[in-house]
Design a protein. Sequence first.
Length: 147
Amino acid sequence: MTSPVGAVGYVDPTVVPQGVDVVSKNDTSSLLNPQAFLQLLVAQLQYQDPSQPADMSSFMNQTAMLSQVQSTNAMQDTLQTLMQSQQAQTATTMVGKTVTYTDASGASHTGEVTGATSLTHDPQLLIGGHQVALSSVTGVSGDVPST
């Protein structure tokens, strides 16, 4: 019987055991699922040709690669959380400052930041009664315009 996992990682769905989910190339949400990886590894061992056993260094490399990818994903999640925290802090430090920002039509405006919210991935500043995304700010000044 042929192996369900080829030399370059191709999974032949006709020989994958029942209960093992095969991820399509377009579905990256669970592409690196450790459980699916282990199921495929076990399936590969089950269906290998006894006269040509699999190279164990290949399995070790695959396991090490999975571990490295998991670590990279965890680091990416941590950095994303850190970036969101920094953006929220940046938004709150702008309260009381004069900022220049670009609106949706591309026009530039200037006004005093009177509040900040960070409920979304892009914190919002309250400027002249309008919600302005932090990413739209193009300049910051410590001066508050006189009224």
